[in-house]
Design a protein around this ligand. Structure first.
Ligand code: GDP
Ligand code: MN
Length: 347
């Protein structure tokens, strides 16, 4: 399909973030949260927990984005809760609407089918805008593009371990570009054609594939099919620049033109993960085992004994060695030894 003019407009934001360490040794980085006004209380919970475990010592700033204007109540309560300052940004309608090239009859028929099949968020329009925004637009927002690294945070998440080091500094010092705490298998019905579309993109852009990629993590048959493994993107510490530059910029545009954010329900998690696995040198990927993390439904708790004095989570609650997780596969692919006693946590 032909690219409608919206894309060229969207593409013009070019960021020049400061990539030096700050005078105090921190990194030019921020927390980034997409959130609704009505999620204020759930957001305050996440802030309180992350401030307590980490940010009260580091005072990184926090960027909040919303497709509606933030209320004064929201901004006042948030400003009082964060220790590093807060910025509030508006997501313009052109980043939160159905593009003109989408066939809306086809789209609505598919939403009805997905709803009938009880696919989570199958009939939701706003969820699709969210996934598309988190895939292709958040990093172009001027409040975000000024930073070298970001840490994505959602409402109602929890952090179980004292983070007594600076993960942003860790990322920068170790040339990491994408870090996660939880990996899972995606619902196949939400990404029916994502892999075929990805293969078509790669056929047109063969140099996009990094020679030292992590294809094995996302495919069990050398690229024929997608094994549904993805990093759970509600937690993400990553480089802004990876998304703004090639090949990701072209990849997102290609995906968007194919329409799967609307005809299917492509999540930003598989999109980010496929890109990170294919386009990055694997040395830039990182698993933050020491960051105990909870997002409603799922826990990552580091099981090693050394963490018991730092973390309040129960090792038996960890998803890591359960069949839903892709962590065992991650350890294998990256040649990382399994933690001692992991067999106790196979579920
Ligand atoms: P789930 O984790 O996949 O169940 O999805 P969530 O409901 O947690 O949404 C993911 C992120 O997008 C969270 O940070 C939400 O606060 C945010 N979000 C989801 N839908 C909307 C929306 O319609 N407007 C805004 N402003 N934020 C949204
Ligand atoms: Mn969520």
């Amino acid at each position: 399909p032909e690219a409608p003019h919206e894309y060229y407009e969207i593409k013009t934001h070019k960021s020049q973030p400061n990539t030096d360490y700050l005078p105090d040794g921190r990194v030019n980085a921020a927390f980034v949260t997409l959130v609704r006004n009505e999620d204020l209380h759930d957001m305050l919970l996440s802030i309180e927990r992350l401030e307590n475990r980490f940010n009260k010592r580091y005072h990184y700033p926090w960027v909040f984005l919303n497709d509606k204007e933030f209320t004064e109540e929201f901004k006042t309560a948030i400003r009082a809760a964060v220790s590093g300052g807060a910025e509030f940004g508006f997501v313009e309608p052109k980043y939160w609407s159905i593009p003109s090239h989408i066939d809306q009859d086809k789209m609505h028929a598919s939403w009805r089918d997905m709803e009938k099949n009880n696919i989570i968020y199958g009939g939701s329009e706003s969820y699709r805008h969210m996934c598309r925004f988190e895939s292709g637009f958040f990093y172009r927002h001027p409040l975000v593009s000024q930073y070298e690294y970001y840490w994505r945070v959602e409402p109602s998440v929890d952090f179980y371990c004292d983070i007594d080091f600076d993960p942003f500094v860790y990322m920068k010092e170790n040339e990491k570009l994408y870090a996660f705490t939880i990996s899972l298998h995606e619902y196949a019905e939400t990404v029916t054609t994502l892999w075929d579309v990805t293969k078509a993109f790669v056929a047109e852009h063969p140099t996009a594939i990094h020679p030292n990629n992590t294809l094995e993590f996302i495919s069990d048959d050398n690229g024929q099919s997608y094994n549904m493994c993805h990093f759970w993107s509600n937690f993400e510490i990553a480089s802004v620049n990876f998304w703004t530059s090639e090949p990701y910029a072209s990849y997102f545009e290609y995906l968007d033109r194919m329409g799967g954010f609307f005809y299917e329900r492509w999540g930003d998690a598989p999109v980010h993960s496929i890109a990170a696995a294919l386009f990055m040198d694997r040395k830039h990927l990182h698993f933050f085992n020491e960051i105990g993390y909870y997002h409603p439904g799922i826990t990552h708790c580091p099981i090693e004994d050394e963490f018991r004095s730092k973390c309040s989570c129960r090792p038996s609650d960890t998803i890591d060695f359960n069949g839903y997780s892709c962590n065992k596969h991650w350890y294998e692919v990256m040649n990382i030894p399994f933690p001692q006693n992991y067999e106790l946590y196979l579920k």
